[in-house]
Design a protein around this ligand. Structure first.
Ligand SMILES: Nc1ncnc2c1ncn2[C@@H]1O[C@H](COP(=O)(O)OP(=O)(O)OP(=O)(O)O)[C@@H](O)[C@H]1O
Ligand SMILES: [Mg+2]
Length: 326
């Protein structure tokens, strides 16, 4: 395994508020490896942006350390900045100029010659499919187009790590999918991408690895598959034609080694197993042999929301509706 490109150790940041101190970041340990898409998932107020601001040298931690590409964020902020790109929650394009002009300006800000900036802009416009709108004034762009320009701006100077704070918030599903493709292209170009999101599906589909944050702490970390494997397992829900055989069913399930848990309530049977798709045929055969009639059967695999529920006792969807907006 190569050395991690982002490392944090016991990172903490507190804010004072009228209702007392807010532990925005409360002891965060992270490692992000070169070339991966690292997702940072958590509800509103979890501390994602605050962590990102510390990593990008825009805020100072109260304690703990963080290094990017081997440079300490508080002692060597200049070197850190040269190695990172950052696209904040609000984005950074200059609206009265075209996308291409924005890119060239960004290159010039990073000490490129006019020719280097022009060439790099052209390269990114092609690589990231911005050609359709690159020569229009940015204030005519759709939300999705602006976001895609922001991402290109973030990697103009070839940073090792690109930080994206909620890159797809507010985009419709199609624009979101477009941006996912663009972010995957960045990975193919060798850029490490560290992105925050409060969309479960996004973290699941896009991240090579992810951390789930809640109240300033990392509550779970791993690949999406690993994390989902940690929780209860797959759930097979069976609707029975009648409840006359419930005792026999309970005995049969109790003897099956792959059944982790089950509940039987009138005609509703819920069975928790390790790998639902593998054991489904055996279960169906068993019911058939015993003459147990089934009305419906469905298989549900765990989502990252189950992981969050398992770790915090709340669901991300609940915290979303209770959490307010951006
Ligand atoms: N400058 C500040 N002053 C006081 N409190 C702050 C400040 N910045 C953030 N906080 C608080 O710190 C906590 C973490 O905020 P942060 O913006 O890091 O969360 P987030 O995970 O990015 O949330 P969101 O999904 O809404 O963007 C919140 O309770 C927030 O109110
Ligand atoms: Mg935020």
């Amino acid at each position: 395994m190569p050395d991690p490109v982002v490392v944090t150790k016991d990172l903490k940041k507190y804010f004072s508020s009228r209702s007392g101190p807010v532990q925005a970041v409360d002891g965060v340990d992270l490692e992000v490896f070169p070339g991966e898409i690292f997702g940072f998932l958590g509800p509103n107020g979890a501390g994602k942006t605050t962590t990102l601001r510390i990593l990008t040298t825009l805020a100072k931690a109260d304690s703990g350390t963080a290094t990017i590409a081997g440079f300490d964020v508080s002692r060597e902020p200049g070197k850190v900045r040269r190695n990172i790109g950052y696209v904040g929650q609000a984005g950074g394009a200059d609206r009265p100029a075209t996308g291409r002009e924005n890119l060239i300006l960004q290159g010039r800000l990073y000490d490129m010659t006019p020719q280097q900036a022009k060439d790099r802009a052209a390269e990114l416009i092609t690589a990231l499919d911005l050609g359709e709108f690159a020569d229009r004034i940015a204030h005519t762009y759709s939300g999705g187009q602006l976001r895609r320009l922001d991402v290109a701006l973030g990697i103009m100077h070839r940073p090792k790590v690109l930080f994206l704070d909620e890159p797809t918030t507010g985009l419709d599903p199609q624009n979101r999918a477009n941006l996912w493709v663009q972010i995957e292209k960045l990975r193919d170009m060798g850029v490490t991408v560290f992105l925050t999101t409060h969309y479960l599906e996004e973290a699941d589909a896009l991240s090579d690895r992810l951390a789930i944050m809640d109240h300033g702490r990392i509550v779970a970390e791993g690949t999406p598959v690993e994390l989902k494997k940690q929780v209860a397992g797959d759930t097979i829900s069976v609707g029975l034609r009648d409840d006359s055989r419930n005792e026999a069913i309970a005995t049969l399930l109790g003897q099956r080694p792959y059944v982790r848990d089950f509940t039987l309530d009138d005609c509703r049977l819920r069975i928790v197993v390790e790998e639902g798709s593998k054991v489904m045929p055996d279960l169906l055969r068993l019911f058939d042999q015993e003459g147990i009639e089934i009305a419906t059967i469905t298989l549900a695999v765990p989502t990252l929301d189950d992981v969050f529920l398992n770790k915090t006792g709340r669901t991300l969807r609940d915290t979303e509706s209770a959490g307010g907006g951006q």
